[in-house]
Write a protein that binds this ligand. Structure first.
Ligand SMILES: Nc1ncnc2c1ncn2[C@@H]1O[C@H](COP(=O)(O)OP(=O)(O)OP(=O)(O)O)[C@@H](O)[C@H]1O
Ligand SMILES: O=P(O)(O)OC[C@H]1O[C@](O)(CO)[C@@H](O)[C@@H]1O
Ligand SMILES: [Mg+2]
Length: 875
């Protein structure tokens, strides 16, 4: 470094820039010192000059000068990041909201229990947010064991110490199961170790056990401090100063066994590992007509096996909370036998490691194999997935979840008062919430108690609505045939309607899962379902066929769209469309697709006055990687797309390992929607993500180049810049690449990648498979309800009201059917994006975690565990 700085006693920073100093490095270094080392600066610098101007009134930055943000002694902002003046007297707390706000606090983060993918991302977010708000951050290594042992196990964390970990599975700070902490003596030692370092804020990242332990620790805290004072281990000043322990929990566990959150950090990735394995096994099982018995983890919680069952079309699942009847061997063999007779070449049976029968006797994979072998003489093999499920890189979902939760955990601790109850930061739908830790622990323990007492129905209920819904979905979809009671003697559905499903738009992963679920749910009810091939064009051509139960077997795990899809809109073809709907007597229509589907459904329902055939209920399920459909926070396919981009970014970054400093500029798809670029930026730990929705100028780009330089000067060797394909007409990907290349000369090299169609994904992610399955099931219920309510005495469906043409979306904490007309005001039809996008509020987080300054808005709302468990969750 050709530059020195010195800190005077009043913490003001003066710069001395040596002759011929590289300008970009100078700027980067200064910005860095100001923004991230919490130093106030009372100097601005001319190139090749030494200047320590004590007065900083206005950014009258002269030619060649350096612009930067500065604070005066009263913490008033004098400049913004671009060097523009802010009115004196604007308090730092308001701009940005949390920056350096909590300078006298100490926070420690640790991981405990079984590790899970995404823990590193959570640790990174906690630490970086803590540093951002000015608080001292510590790691406690090896979970509670490190807290008990103290010494080097408790270390101060720096910004750089959590660099390049977001993509790594496991936990870099170590995790353990610790017997000592279960004893008071161990907890006493742990309390002393914390007090000695001034740590009274803990972020616990672990499963139900770890959070239970944390709760106990907090309850005992004052008595532990009394005891430490009594035996002269701590002073009475220390005791008074540190008399309150604040705890916030993040649930890191693949098991998803903690009540109060829809998803725990690691569960989504474990599902990725499970379906990768099952998809791979399916091809060999198919070749040899084998039955595979897959043992999956989850200890005493059936979430992983039940969701794995739904998204891999397993034939039978054994769970701890929902044990099979005692005659399970008869039922299992009957089902497998019937399936084989119907032409199925393979069977998948999933056995949870904690599976049992209704009397609580364990059912192992070997027990199941023996039954199949003895009774059916099938070639049955066992695969125990074991710790593979806890391994590998975290999925995009887990990384984003961990980033959001980690940042919220730090803020929840900073804001805690002596009276605040400890909370768990959790996910309710797509909403980050704060739920009282104690309530969650009690509910989780109540599940365990119900299971111990063999109150199986209670156990399922106590797990919450999300678990129940997954279980119901599995039970329905796995049946061999629809139930007899729904049909009359002629085999006609008693309440049978005639439904149709089609796609409009580009293919997206999850579409096939949705069609399968739609077909089976409808047939289950007694409806007849028509599949319309190739969108509007196929419908007009009469390319329509009835779909049976087994026609959709094996569809869940397949990408693309088996029904075929086209972008053609109905405008100008209404007459032909109406004729076909009439010909097939369609009474309800599901359209699955992207922005075109929404647009098309709107066009059709607008014509109800002119065509009575359109007076049927119509529902749209959004499916596009761009996630640009109004009325929903997620569309099918966007999770798969995001995972593809995130994995590619990991690989691209890794390609530069061992080489000199390098910056990658990567262009993502999405049309005008910046969803993929932003979320992939967050999941990939990117330095910036340029999108259409957030205007940027040459000054922003320049500033980001300086910022990149500052990081490089600090030792970071790789940079990642994302740009959405339509972010700006003129600041193209090539332009940004050239700008970084030019400005980074001598400091870093630059490469550009345009990702293209590979983003659309191969195999649908667990999230897309599950969401498609659940959404379509809801559409069947909704269509049936609308048909029933709008049918006249002649059996003619006459839907006129606007709430009979809707779009099913995930909105905050719920699935919601929104009338299409209500979405019009929310839509930017020119750019084909919603006017409001929930994920824009994650952009400040991306900036902060990448060491920029930003105005973060807290997400977490407080709810109770009852409220959380009652929502019809997304997971
Ligand atoms: N009741 C308790 N009192 C004190 N400490 C506890 C208690 N329960 C658990 N702990 C501490 O938390 C550690 C981890 O607990 P546990 O092994 O149950 O894992 P977990 O956090 O539930 O994670 P996972 O189940 O996902 O592996 C224990 O080894 C112990 O140190
Ligand atoms: O890694 P260990 O100690 O063998 O524990 C395995 C257990 O941990 C988990 O992976 C997480 O709780 C369970 O699913 C599994 O039963
Ligand atoms: Mg546990």
């Amino acid at each position: 470094m050709q530059m020195e700085h010195c800190e005077d006693p009043s913490k003001k920073l003066y710069f001395y820039v040596k002759q011929n100093m590289n300008e970009i490095l100078t700027r980067g270094f200064i910005l860095n010192s100001i923004f991230f080392n919490n130093l106030m600066v009372e100097a601005y610098v001319w190139r090749n000059q030494q200047l320590g101007g004590p007065k900083l009134k206005h950014p009258a930055v002269k030619k060649g000068g350096v612009r930067f943000m500065g604070y005066d002694d009263n913490e008033s902002v004098l400049f913004d990041e671009r060097g523009y003046g802010k009115p004196a007297g604007v308090k730092l707390a308001n701009y940005p909201k949390f920056k350096r706000k909590y300078r006298d606090k100490g926070l420690a983060v640790f991981t405990s229990g079984g590790d899970s993918q995404g823990m590193n991302a959570a640790v990174r977010a906690c630490v970086r947010m803590a540093i951002y708000v000015g608080c001292k951050a510590y790691f406690i290594r090896e979970g509670y064991q490190g807290m008990v042992d103290g010494g080097d196990c408790i270390q101060e964390a720096t910004w750089a110490s959590v660099s390049s970990i977001i993509h790594r599975g496991g936990t870099i700070i170590g995790s353990a199961r610790c017997q000592d902490f279960r004893e008071r003596a161990g907890r006493l030692k742990a309390a002393n170790n914390l007090v000695q370092r001034g740590i009274t804020n803990l972020v616990v990242i672990g499963g139900d056990g770890s959070l239970t332990g944390a709760n106990l620790f907090r309850q005992e805290w004052s008595s532990l401090l009394d005891e430490l004072e009594k035996n002269n281990t701590i002073t009475s000043e220390q005791k008074n100063k540190y008399n309150v322990l604040h705890i916030v929990g993040l649930v890191g566990s693949i098991d998803n066994d903690f009540c109060g959150t829809d998803m725990t950090i690691g569960t989504d990735t474990a599902l990725h590992r499970i379906i990768e394995a099952i998809d791979a096994i399916a091809s060999t099982a198919y070749s040899h007509q084998r039955t595979f018995i897959m043992e999956v983890m989850g200890r005493h919680c059936g979430y992983l096996p039940v969701v794995a069952g739904v998204i891999s079309e397993a034939d039978y699942v054994f769970l701890p909370e929902y044990p099979p009847p005692q005659d399970w061997p008869d039922r299992l063999t009957l089902k497998l036998d019937q399936e084989r007779s119907a032409g199925q070449r393979l069977n998948i049976v999933i056995v949870a490691e904690g599976a049992c029968d209704r009397e609580g006797n364990p059912i192992s994979a070997e027990d199941v194999r023996k039954v199949i072998d003895a009774r059916l003489k099938h070639d049955a093999r066992i695969t125990v997935l074991g710790h593979v499920q806890r391994g590998g890189n975290p999925s995009a979902f887990d990384r984003v979840l961990a980033c959001r939760m980690g940042a919220e955990a730090t803020l929840a601790l900073m804001e805690a008062t002596p009276d605040s109850v400890p909370v768990v930061i959790s996910l309710d739908g797509n909403q980050t919430v704060r739920v009282p830790l104690m309530e969650c622990v009690e509910r989780t323990q109540a599940v365990a108690k119900a299971m111990k007492e063999h109150r199986w129905a209670d156990a399922v209920k106590l797990r919450g609505r999300s678990f129940e819904r997954n279980l119901e979905t599995y039970k329905m979809l796995t049946r061999l045939k629809p139930p007899k009671e729904n049909f009359d003697e002629q085999g006609k559905g008693i309440e049978g309607y005639r439904l149709a499903v089609m796609h409009i738009g580009a293919p997206a992963c999850g579409m096939n899962a949705a069609v399968r679920s739609f077909v089976r749910n409808a047939i289950y009810r007694g409806d007849v379902v028509y599949g319309i091939n190739d969108g509007v064009e196929g419908l007009i051509a009469g390319n329509v066929r009835e779909l049976g139960w087994s026609d959709v077997s094996g569809w869940v795990g397949q990408g693309g769209a088996y029904l075929g899809t086209k972008r053609t809109l109905p405008e100008g073809k209404f007459k032909e469309i109406a004729a076909r709907l009439k010909e097939f007597k369609i009474q309800g229509l599901l359209i699955i697709g992207g922005f075109e589907s929404y647009h098309a459904a709107g066009q059709i329902s607008d014509q109800r006055e002119n065509y009575p055939e359109f007076c049927i209920p119509i529902v749209v399920v959004p499916a596009t990687i761009s996630n640009n459909v109004p009325g929903t926070e997620f569309s099918l396919g966007c999770d798969t797309g995001l995972n593809e981009i995130t994995e590619i970014c990991d690989r691209i970054r890794q390609s530069a390992q061992g080489t000199k400093r390098r910056v990658f500029v990567i262009e993502t798809m999405g049309g005008y929607s910046g969803y993929l670029a932003t979320l992939a930026g967050l999941a990939g730990g990117a330095d910036a993500a340029y999108i259409f929705e957030e205007k940027f100028s040459i000054k922003d780009l320049q500033q980001d180049v300086y910022h990149m330089a500052s990081k490089m000067a600090e030792g970071v060797s790789r940079g990642l810049i994302l740009r959405n394909e339509k972010a700006s007409e003129n600041y193209t990907t090539d332009f940004i690449y050239r700008l970084y290349s030019e400005e980074g000369k001598g400091l870093f090299t630059c490469r550009m990648n345009i990702l293209g169609h590979m983003q659309q994904g191969g195999s649908p992610s667990p999230f897309d498979r599950n969401m498609g399955t659940k959404m379509a099931a809801k559409c069947v219920d909704w269509l049936a309800k609308q048909i029933k309510e709008n049918m006249d005495s002649n059996g003619v469906v006459n839907c006129k009201s606007t709430d009979t043409a809707t779009l099913l979306g995930i909105v905050s904490r719920q699935y919601r059917f929104t009338p299409l007309v209500d979405l019009i005001g929310d839509t930017n039809f020119d750019q084909r994006i919603p006017k409001k996008q929930w994920w824009l509020r994650l952009r400040p987080l991306l900036r902060i975690l990448a060491k920029h300054d930003s105005a973060y808005e807290e997400e977490g709302m407080y709810i109770t565990v009852d409220e959380e468990c009652a929502t019809d969750a997304v997971a």
